[in-house]
Ligand binder design. Structure first.
Ligand SMILES: NC(=O)c1ccc[n+]([C@@H]2O[C@H](COP(=O)([O-])OP(=O)(O)OC[C@H]3O[C@@H](n4cnc5c(N)ncnc54)[C@H](O)[C@@H]3O)[C@@H](O)[C@H]2O)c1
Length: 323
């Protein structure tokens, strides 16, 4: 099958899945004429794994790619965040290697307050900046214009697909979602291509990711929320609705969930860990995509906490208080 035919088929499959899930019609995508140019990098041992954004997830992604002797570059616009990320990684690296990559060795972490320096000699650049669509559209476009042609461009976005973000990206065949959870505790990584993404690139990542004690899952059809978050969103939404109605409080909901499902974390524990602002951004995006299918009460609860500065663990208080 020609590349153009593959792209047309994939776009149609993505479109049909979207309409089937959301019951919402949208114009069928017309495949743009596209000449694939991407070839996977061959010398990754001499190049850096680079992450932009050293917040909750960026520093954890860095931690995981330091478990096998490689070089990781980490950039953030906030120098204090960068320092906190380094401290987090130093504290967690040895136990993470011991637990997940038994023959692994400590990689080299380089933190950069300057983005151009961070990008130098990268074989992959993963963006983990806040979940703001326009920020991601602009950033991916800027990166595509300056990165070498074999460098993979990846996003950790939880709720935006790359086809919602690629309008300024010319080399769409190098763009992919790599969605991490809360490593080193949760070691799943979902790899989701858009219709233009090089199949060789996807295969390459599916082979590299397990070398770091992570489990890779291939999301075959572009899906808003990928796999896990699409299901988790329904659970979160109903839990927020329960507390909005005064049916029960967060502590009771979490305790009940633990009693029934086991495990150490309840729904509200996990929203606190992820960040209420991040959870709100995700919910607002679902509401925009799904329209009336999303009841507004869940977002209203999150918004009231966020407006009080209660963002979860990172601000010291969310549904629970932290020291
Ligand atoms: N928090 C989670 O549990 C979680 C899980 C999976 C995926 N994600 C996704 O990861 C991404 C980041 O989320 P997070 O929770 O780590 O956010 P966060 O707010 O904790 O961190 C974002 C970081 O990006 C920095 N930043 C802002 N603009 C930047 C720029 N232009 N260049 C470089 N750095 C910049 C900020 O200073 C901040 O440190 C989002 O797309 C989110 O959907 C988050």
């Amino acid at each position: 099958m020609s590349t153009q035919a593959r792209i047309a088929d994939t776009l149609k499959a993505h479109h049909d899945a979207f309409v089937q899930r959301f019951g919402k019609s949208r114009p069928a995508p017309v495949p743009a004429p596209f000449e694939p140019t991407y070839t996977v990098p061959t010398n990754i041992a001499d190049r850096a794994f680079t992450i932009l954004g050293a917040g909750t997830l960026g520093r954890r992604i860095a931690l995981m790619w330091l478990t096998n002797g490689e070089t990781v570059h980490l950039f953030d616009t906030n120098p204090q965040t960068l320092e906190a990320a380094r401290a987090y990684i130093e504290e967690n690296l040895e136990p993470t290697i011991a637990r997940l990559v038994p023959n692994g060795s400590k990689g080299i972490l380089k933190t950069f307050p300057n983005r151009a320096e961070a990008l130098e000699n990268s074989w992959i650049v993963v963006e983990a900046v806040p979940e703001i669509l326009q920020l991601k559209i602009d950033l991916l476009g800027e990166l595509d214009a300056i990165l070498p042609s074999d460098c993979i461009l990846a996003t950790n976005s939880s709720s935006y697909t790359t086809s919602e973000m690629y309008e300024k990206v010319v080399h769409k065949d190098r763009l992919v979602s790599t969605h991490y959870y809360m490593p080193p505790r949760a070691n799943a990584v979902e790899v989701m291509p858009n219709a233009y993404t090089s199949p060789e690139l996807v295969q390459f990542l599916l082979e590299q990711i397990p070398k770091h004690g992570l489990t890779a899952y291939h999301v075959r059809i572009e899906s808003v929320g990928l796999i896990f978050n699409r299901i988790w969103a329904a659970i979160k939404r109903e839990a927020l609705f329960v507390i909005a109605q005064g049916v029960a409080g967060p502590t009771e909901v979490d305790s009940l969930m633990r009693d029934v499902f086991g495990g150490s974390k309840g729904v509200f524990d996990q929203i606190d860990e992820v960040g209420l602002d991040v959870a709100l951004g995700i919910e607002e995006h679902y509401a925009q995509v799904r329209g009336v299918q999303v009841p507004p009460e869940a977002a209203a609860v999150l918004r009231s906490y966020v407006e009080q500065g209660k963002l979860g663990q990172k601000s010291g208080e969310g549904f629970y208080k932290y020291k």
